[in-house]
Design a binder for this molecule. Structure first.
Ligand code: 17E
Ligand code: FE2
Length: 422
């Protein structure tokens, strides 16, 4: 495996000109300005004037369900609820090897797209905990490529599924890193509130992070986000708590939102939007106009909160598409959220890098002297360029080793003759 001692001709966010980033013993050493394009020495990786940024972070994916679309049947309505029914049938067919094989196949796709950090939700509403045990094994197997965080996710509820809280506790004891929840799917509003209190207590007692599927529904009365934020504030836990989806916020009235945002800022929760997934799942009970169902990303960012974007699904009972490329998710997200102003585009890579790292509470992340030499070489000189062309990453470097390298595609259009317009 190629272990360069520098990445040369790298363009870095916030710095003018090109740079040579030296690497020593798997860590970034000094970063030298080059000005113009410099010749590339042996044992250096040539970034070719392209942007170099920290590895992409996938903050939200259901790896246990990945690559099961159509098994044992297709989700015909396209709703979250039919997806959960299909999955509960597929769940009965899970084996240890089945979970490991599909998760690894999916993670390889992620690695090929420059992702080196992944948080996966794993359904623990299963008395055998087959998916969780498989994922604990996957976490070990992929560690040279990807840091994997595992969420104990109660897909069918904490209070609405038999022994829900005991299963959550067992999952954390077995090694899950993060406590999950799904209050909008509990049988009653009261169950939903109680589930949030219980999961926060479990997280605090076990010193775990929290990531809740929160209000993934077009119902403006689904208001579990305020419960989660208030619990996080009370416990001083906000930066360790993530609210995923929060689709109902799309449908909240402005007066309520204005009150809610005050609490969100005080609690400093993290957010994950899943734009491809929720454009597909939400609005299903609407006539025209149909809601997009994606949370209020620009407003949350403008309020100073950390918002990341994730893929959620790769060909599973909820969503039949997905290819591991977070640039695609970001592109769709920017469209869905009215974020195609140039200022938004130029800062958008933060959403799939630093903001994802904030969600995962990573502390050794970024391109700085002394940090692990982990980064990706993009194909383009500006974020605009990268987004516009949707080119996959050219290289992915982890602890000084080049894990992924790619040549730009060569394309010729034969016989196209034109002269410039006078
Ligand atoms: N489970 C869920 O509750 N919501 C989703 N979007 C997926 C799984 C993919
Ligand atoms: Fe999800």
């Amino acid at each position: 495996m190629f272990q360069p001692n520098a990445i040369t001709n790298a363009r870095l966010s916030g710095l003018d000109g090109l740079h040579r980033i030296r690497i020593q013993e798997g860590r970034f050493a000094d970063i030298q300005p080059l000005g113009e394009r410099a010749p590339v020495e042996d044992n250096e990786l040539d970034a070719g004037g392209n942007l170099v940024c920290p590895p992409f972070v996938e903050p939200h994916i259901h790896l246990d369900a990945a690559l099961t679309a159509g098994e044992p049947r297709w989700n015909r309505s396209g709703t979250l609820f039919e997806g959960i029914e299909c999955w509960s049938e597929r769940k009965l067919m899970l084996t240890h090897d089945d979970v490991i094989n599909r998760a690894e196949q999916t993670l390889k796709l992620f690695a090929a797209h420059g992702i080196q950090y992944v948080r996966t939700h794993v359904d623990v509403t299963d008395p055998t905990l087959t998916a969780l045990k498989g994922m604990l094994e996957v976490r070990k197997r992929v560690r040279n490529f990807i840091d994997l965080q595992i969420v104990a996710f109660p897909q069918e509820g904490i209070l609405s599924f038999p022994n829900g809280i005991e299963l959550m506790k067992r999952a954390v004891a077995l090694g899950a890193d993060v406590v999950g929840g799904i209050p909008h799917f509990e049988f009653t509003r009261d169950y939903g509130v109680e589930s949030v209190q219980k999961l926060m207590a479990l997280a605090e007692a076990t010193d775990s992070l929290v990531d809740v599927h929160c209000d993934e529904i077009d119902d403006p009365n689904s208001r579990f986000l305020e419960v989660l934020a208030a619990e996080a504030l009370k416990r001083g836990y906000g930066e360790r708590v993530t609210a995923s989806h929060t689709c109902a916020m799309h449908s909240y009235n402005e007066a309520y939102c204005s009150r809610l945002f005050r609490l969100l800022q005080k609690s400093n929760l993290r957010f994950v939007a899943l734009p491809t997934e929720n454009l597909h799942l939400q609005g299903r009970f609407d006539g025209y106009p149909k809601r997009r169902g994606v949370t209020r990303v620009p407003e949350l960012l403008d309020a100073g909160l950390k918002v990341a974007m994730g893929q959620d699904s790769i060909r599973d009972p909820w969503y039949p598409m997905g290819n591991g490329n977070l640039l695609r998710t970001l592109d769709v997200g920017l469209h869905a959220c009215h974020m195609l102003g140039t200022d938004r585009i130029e800062t958008s890579l933060e959403i799939i890098t630093h903001n994802g790292a904030a969600v995962l509470n990573l502390d050794q992340y970024g391109i700085e002297k002394g940090l692990p030499a982990r980064c990706v070489v993009l194909h383009g000189t500006t974020p605009y360029d990268v987004l516009l062309n949707q080119s996959p990453v050219m290289a992915s470097v982890r602890d000084g080793r080049v894990l992924v390298s790619r040549e730009p595609a060569v394309m010729t259009v034969e016989g196209w003759e034109h002269s410039p317009v006078q």
